[in-house]
Design a protein around this ligand. Structure first.
Ligand SMILES: Cc1cc2nc3c(=O)[nH]c(=O)nc-3n(C[C@H](O)[C@H](O)[C@H](O)COP(=O)(O)OP(=O)(O)OC[C@H]3O[C@@H](n4cnc5c(N)ncnc54)[C@H](O)[C@@H]3O)c2cc1C
Length: 487
C-alpha cells in the first residue's frame, strides 16, 4: 500500500524514456513541487508486448530500470512499478496517494502524444522538455512550416542553440523524498543480455561510453570524421541505446561536443566533432519529421514512390536476416545485429541498400526487422534511416544511387577485420578474396577451409543485374506516379 499523506504535497515523476537522475527536467520539477515524490514506471502492455519490441531491447530496459531503482534508493526514495493501462494506473496512484501533480518528459511519437493528451484531459500531467534539444515546433521555416530538408534544419538549429542556448545542465537531486510504503509490481525477471554485448545498461554505462569516446591521445570524438566510416574500429560513440532510453541527456552530449570543439587541437579534429554534433541533430530532425508527418510510419515520405512494385521474395529476405546473402559485408552486419543487437551506421546503410535495392524487398520489412532486433531501435531514427536508403524519405539518397556491396566493403573494411569478426567461416580466407569470396579458386577454398556454396553461400544475386532491375522498377514507379498527377 502507498500511504496517503494528506498533510504533505506529493508529486509523481512518471518515468518513460528518461531513465536517468542527472539533467532530468521532469524529476527536477517533481522534486521542486513535492515534499514527497513518487518515481513511477508503468509497464504498458501496448509497448512491451508489441511484436516489434525485441528481447534484447527489453532486457536492456529492465536492467536499466534496476540500475535507476538503485540510484533512487541511494537518494532515500524508491521506484514504484505498476503494470497496466497508463491512464488507469495513474488514476489509481493519484487517488491512493493524493498526488497533486504528475511530471513527465514529453515524447513526440504518435502513440505518446495521443496517450498524453488523453491523460491530460483527466489528470494534472505536466510535460517537460528533455528528449530533444529542439521541440519539433521550435525549428521551422520562415513560413512557419516544418523543414523537410536536413541541412536547412541543421543550420537553423545551430544558430538557435549553440553556445549553451539549450539551458544549464541540472545536477541530479541529492535526495528524492519519499515517506510511503511502496507496493508495486516487480521489474520483470529475464535471462538478461547475452554475453559480449558491449552495452552496460544504465546511467553509469552511458557515462563510461562518453568518457571512452573522449579519452586517449587522439580521442575518437576528434577522429570522428574518418573513424565514423570504419566498422573495423571503435570510431563512433555507441551511445544510441542510452539516448533511446534517456540514460544520458541529449543536453549532456551537445555540451560535451561544444567542450570537445573548444579543446580540438586542429581544424580536422574540430571538423570531426562538428560532424558528430550533426549526427545528434539528425536525431532531432527525424523526431521532428515523425511529429509533423506521422504518415511515414506506414508509408513513403515521398508518395511518388507508392506505385513501386517490390519483389518481396521471402527466401531472400530470410537469407538477409540470417546473414547468408554471400556478400561478406552485408552478412557481417546482419550477424552483428543478431549477436549484439547493434550495428555500425555505415553497415546499416549497406545492408539496408542491399535489401531494398539489390533484393527489391519493401523497406518496411527491413524497418520491422531492425525494430525487433536493435537495442537502440527508435521509431523516428529507424524510419528515417530506412526511408533514406530506400530513396523515399526526406533527404533521400537519389533512387539511382545504389551502394555496391563489394566496393563499400573494400573501402570501409579494407583488411576484412570486421567481416572476420562476425563471419568465422571466412577467418582463413586470404585478404585478396575477403570482399568477393566467390572468386576464390578451388585450391584456395580448400586451403582456407571455406567452400563456397557449402561453408559460405554463393551470392544470392548478381549485384550488376540487380542494380539494373531496381533502376527500372524505380523509373517505372516515378512514371506511373507522374501519369497519375498529370505531370
Ligand atoms: C537503416 C538505418 C536504421 C537506423 N536505425 C536506427 C535506430 O533504430 N535507432 C538509432 O538510434 N539510430 C538508427 N540509425 C542511425 C545510426 O545508424 C545510429 O544512430 C548509429 O549507428 C548509432 O551508433 P552510435 O551511437 O555509435 O552513433 P554516433 O555516430 O556516435 O552518433 C551519436 C548519436 O547520434 C544519433 N545519430 C547518429 N546517426 C543518426 C542518424 N542517421 N539518424 C538519427 N540519429 C542519428 C544517435 O543517437 C547516435 O547515438 C539507423 C540508420 C540506418 C541507416
Amino acid at each position: 500500500m502507498i500511504r496517503k499523506n494528506e498533510s504533505k504535497k506529493t508529486s509523481i515523476w512518471w518515468i518513460r524514456r528518461d531513465l536517468r537522475i542527472e539533467d532530468n527536467q521532469a524529476l527536477a520539477a517533481a522534486v521542486e513541487a513535492g515534499e514527497t515524490v513518487i518515481p513511477l514506471f508503468i509497464i504498458d502492455p501496448q509497448i512491451v508486448d508489441s511484436p516489434r519490441m525485441g528481447e534484447h531491447r527489453l532486457a536492456f530496459l529492465w536492467a536499466g530500470l534496476r540500475d535507476l531503482r538503485r540510484s533512487i534508493r541511494e537518494r532515500g526514495g524508491d521506484l514504484l512499478v505498476r503494470e497496466g493501462d497508463p491512464l488507469q494506473v495513474l488514476t489509481d496512484v493519484v487517488r491512493s496517494t493524493g498526488a497533486s501533480r504528475i511530471y513527465a518528459e514529453e515524447d513526440y511519437t504518435p502513440y505518446a502524444r495521443k496517450r498524453d493528451s488523453a491523460i491530460r484531459e483527466q489528470l494534472p500531467l505536466e510535460l517537460t522538455p528533455g528528449l530533444t534539444i529542439a521541440h519539433p515546433d521550435q525549428i521551422s521555416k520562415n513560413d512557419g512550416g516544418p523543414y523537410q530538408v536536413y541541412s536547412y534544419f541543421m543550420r537553423k538549429w545551430k544558430g538557435r542553440f549553440l553556445g549553451g542556448e539549450y539551458g544549464d545542465l541540472l545536477e541530479g537531486p541529492g535526495r528524492i523524498p519519499w515517506d510511503g510504503d511502496l507496493k508495486g509490481d516487480p521489474i520483470p525477471e529475464d535471462p538478461g543480455l547475452p554475453e559480449g554485448i558491449p552495452f552496460r545498461p544504465g546511467e553509469k554505462g552511458a557515462r563510461e561510453k562518453l568518457q571512452a569516446f573522449r579519452a586517449g591521445e587522439l580521442p575518437a570524438i576528434h577522429a570522428y570524421e574518418e573513424g565514423r566510416d570504419r566498422p573495423d574500429r571503435e570510431g563512433t560513440s555507441k551511445l544510441s541505446p542510452y539516448l533511446h532510453f534517456g540514460m544520458v541527456s541529449i543536453r549532456r552530449l551537445v555540451s560535451a561536443a561544444e567542450d570537445a570543439m573548444r579543446q580540438a587541437p586542429d581544424q580536422e579534429s574540430r571538423a570531426g566533432v562538428e560532424t558528430w554534433l550533426e549526427e545528434l541533430i539528425w536525431r532531432d530532425f527525424y523526431i521532428s519529421i515523425l511529429y509533423h508527418f506521422p504518415h511515414v510510419l506506414e508509408g513513403n515520405f515521398r508518395e511518388s514512390y507508392d506505385p513501386l512494385i517490390w519483389r518481396n521474395d521471402p527466401e531472400e529476405f530470410a537469407d538477409w536476416k540470417q546473414g547468408k546473402t554471400g556478400y561478406p559485408l552485408v552478412d557481417a552486419g546482419m550477424r552483428q545485429l543478431l549477436d549484439l543487437g547493434w550495428m555500425h551506421n555505415r553497415v546499416r546503410m549497406v545492408v539496408g541498400s542491399f535489401l531494398v535495392k539489390d533484393l527489391l524487398v519493401d523497406w518496411r520489412w527491413g524497418e520491422n526487422w531492425f525494430m525487433e532486433r536493435l537495442i537502440d531501435a527508435d521509431l523516428a531514427a529507424n524510419n528515417g534511416g530506412w526511408q533514406w536508403v530506400a530513396g523515399t524519405g526526406t533527404d533521400a539518397s537519389p533512387y539511382f544511387r545504389i551502394f555496391n556491396p563489394v566496393s563499400q566493403s573494400e573501402k570501409h573494411d579494407p583488411h576484412g577485420d570486421y567481416i572476420r569478426r562476425y563471419l568465422p567461416e571466412l577467418e582463413a580466407v586470404p585478404d585478396e578474396y575477403i570482399h568477393e569470396p566467390w572468386k576464390m579458386p578451388e585450391d584456395v577454398q580448400a586451403e582456407s577451409g571455406c567452400r563456397i556454396g557449402g561453408d559460405y553461400p554463393e551470392p544470392v544475386v548478381d549485384h550488376g543485374k540487380a542494380r539494373e532491375r531496381t533502376l527500372k522498377a524505380y523509373r517505372e514507379a516515378r512514371e506511373k506516379s507522374e501519369e497519375g498527377t498529370g505531370q
